[in-house]
Each structure stands twice: as structure tokens, then as C-alpha cells.
Design a protein around this ligand. Structure first.
Ligand SMILES: Nc1ncnc2c1ncn2[C@@H]1O[C@H](COP(=O)(O)OP(=O)(O)O)[C@@H](O)[C@H]1O
Ligand SMILES: CCCC(=O)OP(=O)(O)O
Length: 360
């Protein structure tokens, strides 16, 4: 049996799996509380903590000798096309120095490399969060010198789009769908004829607020906050992604806890969770315009969609646009495995991050 270890660090969870022969052998999701993450000063310092979680999963299974490769979630790199990339020096440098911003996904390539090194097997990432297929008009920000960036749950957005279009008896390459992924971060993508032509960036202060992020903010008020609090760039990043959204309103990023508080009658919990759903719906509406109203399906996915309450809240606003299809959780683990397996089977060549051209 040739097995592949899959490592998926998210902002609120660490997911680990082993696949062999196109089948899931074992999987584990550990969800991290606000307190657990707050012990660390940023993402890179969580490397050992997350490494130990994965090691205990691997050791329990006693399958180390069966592993032929490790594949990790792809993090914040330069804007690149989708595909499977070999983890190499230049990629590790960009992840470790957080050259393109900070997020838990940066640990995917770093941890895959750590495990692969110790076992002397190759490490890969697949369709990182920076996969860029945006059309030229979508790149304009409104201020010369600053472009919009494609940052989101590209891996899952594309896997879900393929599944949804297949279920509709169509193909991804000839359909138009909108996907909203609701994890610790929220990204919303417009997919047209096999490409994510516009994406509401899940990290850099666009679109809806999330369990831990601000989404777009009133700029002047935020500029005043930066000045009056004398904030550095690092502080600003930590506010926008990490200490905003539901965490700032309710002190909580775990939506299961927020829903418990709603059930116990806490009005604020309902108000702010409903607000998040309202903003997600607005982003979906915005992207329906990008697709000129010709939308085959709206796909809602991510951990939040396990909740019927959240699914219902968003659906009520958008179901007039197109049929709403729900994919609770994500299909990332399988997509990561298949990306690495295609390379090992010789069906695809692993791309080289160092030489691949930046998408503009
Ligand atoms: N059964 C559930 N009901 C509601 N929310 C859930 C459920 N399971 C997970 N979530 C929420 O989903 C979010 C995490 O989603 P996930 O896609 O796993 O994200 P990440 O990759 O950011 O860790 C968290 O806010 C978590 O509380
Ligand atoms: C960086 C965008 C992807 C993202 O937000 O992932 P999480 O939901 O895992 O934080």
C-alpha cells in the first residue's frame, strides 16, 4: 500500500488525513479555541504545536513506513496558476518569512516539508489560497498602485464547483457558479467556464466579516483607529484577520458555541451571526452581477454550513438568484491527495514555484 499524508492547517482547525489507493484511510479534525490560538504570537510560531498534533495522528496509525509523499495546504505565495507544486527552497522562504501575508495555510508547505524531510519522501502543495484566475477588470481596486488580489479557498471552491456542476448534468468548464466558503475566513468566488474569474478576498479586508475577520471596513474610521492607537502594520494585520468579526463582537470564533448562545436566548449572538450571513448574501449578490445574472448554482460550503440555521439565513436572501446547493465541511483533503497522487502516478508534472511566472 502506498499512502499519502495530507496536512491542512486552517485558522480555527488542524485537519490531517491519510489516503491510499484513492480511498480515505483515516482522518482527524482538531478545532482550536480562541484561547489556544491566542497563546501564539502569529502563525509561524504555531509550527511545533501543529506538528505535534499531526505526529500523534500519524503515530497512532502506525503507518509511517507506508508513506510515499506528504501534501500540505498551499499558503500565501506569489499569485500563481493552480496545480500541484513541489515544496522547495524558494517556496519555503516565502512561507517562513510570510512575504505575502500571514495565515495558517502558510504552515501547510512548512509542515509537509518537515514530515517529508524526516521520512525522505517528497512534499507538495496543491491549488494554494493564492490561485489567481481573475479577469482583468476584477483586478482594479480603485486606487492606482494597489491591485485587488485573489486570496481564498481556491482548492475547495474548485472541488465544490466541479461536484455541483456534475450533479446538474453539466461540466465545470461550461458553467457559471458562485461559491461561498465559510470557514474561519470567508471567501466568495464567481466561477465561469472553469475559471474563478472574480473572488471576494477572504483575508485582506474585503466582503463579509467572518468568525475572526473584519471583511471590508469604513476606511476613514479605520485610518483614525490606526493613528489614534499608533498601530504598526503587524497590529493592523492581526486586527483585520484574527481579532475582528464575531471574535470582536462576541469573543468567540466557534460557530457551534455562538449557536448555543442563540438557543439560550442571547440577542447579541443572533444579531451578529445574522449580520455575518447578511453580508455573505450581499457578496453573493455582487458576484451574480459579475456573472450577468446567468448563475447555474450558488454553492455554500465550509464548516459553518453544517449549521442549518446559517444555511437558512443565507439562502433566504439569495435563492431567487439560482438554486442553492449545500456542501458542509470541505473537499480539501481529498483534493490535496488527488493532486499529489496525479504527480506520483506520472499523470502530471509537479510545478516548480521558483520558475513559475506570476499571474498578472
Ligand atoms: N457543526 C457545526 N455547526 C456550525 N458551525 C460549525 C460546525 N462545525 C464547524 N463549524 C464552524 O466552522 C468554522 C470552521 O470551518 P472550517 O471550514 O473547518 O474552517 P478553517 O479551515 O478556518 O479552520 C468554525 O467557526 C466552526 O465553529
Ligand atoms: C487565506 C484564505 C483562506 C482562509 O481564510 O482559510 P481559513 O478559513 O482556513 O482561515
Amino acid at each position: 500500500m502506498e499512502a499519502i499524508l495530507v496536512i491542512n492547517p486552517g485558522s480555527t482547525s488542524t485537519k490531517t488525513a491519510i489516503f491510499a489507493d484513492h480511498k480515505l484511510v483515516a482522518e482527524e479534525t482538531l478545532r482550536h479555541s480562541v484561547e489556544e490560538i491566542a497563546q501564539f504570537d502569529g502563525v509561524i510560531s504555531q509550527t511545533e504545536f501543529r506538528y505535534k498534533i499531526i505526529l500523534s495522528f500519524v503515530e497512532k496509525l502506525e503507518m509511517t513506513d507506508k508513506l510515499v509523499a506528504v501534501v500540505g495546504r498551499g499558503g500565501l505565495l506569489k499569485p500563481i496558476p493552480g496545480g500541484t507544486y513541489a515544496v522547495g527552497e524558494e517556496m519555503l522562504h516565502d512561507l517562513e518569512t510570510e512575504k505575502y501575508n500571514t495565515h495558517a495555510s502558510n504552515l501547510g508547505g512548512i509542515l509537509a516539508n518537515e514530515f517529508a524531510k524526516s521520512l525522505n519522501i517528497p512534499a507538495f502543495i496543491v491549488d494554494p489560497v493564492v490561485v489567481d484566475e481573475m479577469k482583468p477588470l476584477a483586478r482594479i481596486s480603485g486606487l492606482k498602485g494597489i491591485d485587488r488580489r485573489s486570496v481564498g479557498h481556491a482548492l475547495n471552491q474548485k472541488a465544490v464547483s466541479r461536484k455541483a456542476t456534475e450533479e446538474l448534468g453539466k461540466t465545470y468548464e461550461t458553467s457559471s457558479v458562485i461559491v461561498a466558503h465559510l470557514g474561519g475566513g470567508i471567501s466568495v468566488g464567481a466561477h465561469q467556464n472553469g475559471k474563478m474569474v472574480d473572488v471576494i478576498n477572504g483575508l485582506d479586508g474585503e466582503g463579509p466579516y467572518t468568525p475572526e475577520r473584519s471583511g471590508s471596513l469604513p476606511l476613514i474610521d479605520f485610518a483614525n483607529l490606526i493613528i489614534t492607537e499608533n498601530l504598526e502594520l503587524g497590529d493592523v494585520k492581526k486586527i483585520i484577520a484574527g481579532n475582528a468579526g464575531l471574535k470582536s463582537y462576541l469573543g468567540e470564533t466557534d460557530l457551534r458555541e455562538v449557536i448555543k448562545r442563540i438557543d439560550q436566548g442571547e440577542e447579541d449572538a443572533k444579531y451578529y451571526l445574522d449580520g455575518m450571513c447578511y453580508q455573505v448574501a450581499k457578496s453573493i449578490g455582487e458576484l451574480a452581477v459579475v456573472l450577468e445574472g446567468k448563475v447555474d448554482a450558488i454553492c455554500l460550503t465550509g464548516g459553518a454550513i453544517y449549521s442549518d440555521y446559517i444555511l437558512g439565513q443565507i439562502s433566504q436572501y439569495v435563492e431567487w438568484i439560482a438554486p442553492v446547493k449545500a456542501y458542509p465541511g470541505e473537499m480539501e483533503m481529498e483534493a490535496l491527495y488527488e493532486g499529489a497522487a496525479r504527480v506520483l502516478a506520472g499523470e502530471e508534472k509537479a510545478l516548480d514555484y521558483g520558475s513559475v511566472e506570476i499571474v498578472k
